[in-house]
Design a protein around this ligand. Sequence first.
Ligand SMILES: [Zn+2]
Length: 141
Amino acid sequence: MGHLDPETEPLDLTVEGARRILAHVQAEWPLEACGLLGGIGRRVLAVYPTRNELASPVRYRVHPEDLIRVIQELERQGWELVGIYHSHPHGPPAPSATDVAEAYYPEAVYVIAAPVHGEWRLRAFRIASGAVREVPIRLVE
Ligand SMILES: [Zn+2]
């Protein structure tokens, strides 16, 4: 992993994983939904929907009980926290100022789901030291 450029290495997400994220964020609309992505490197092997502790249309915080449960599951599987996803129920599919300020996991990929012209989109970003860089999403089988 060490030689790969973290700025350009894509996030590998299965079609089924993308469907799970989109089903979750659509079910929670008009509130923000959030969840965690487990796997290895930039390869997502499991999607974990979590509760938004803030139950808000404009903010999210992964419920601490869910965070602990998922971290324990990742340890059991020998996986890492690859990413964190959340929705922007009213767009846009890009990190907000709050998302940048509260990005506590610089190694994680932040996936944002938002409706664009009525169709839900997923985009991924790396947020480190206040800098935002888009990470391409590669849909895999
Ligand atoms: Zn956000």
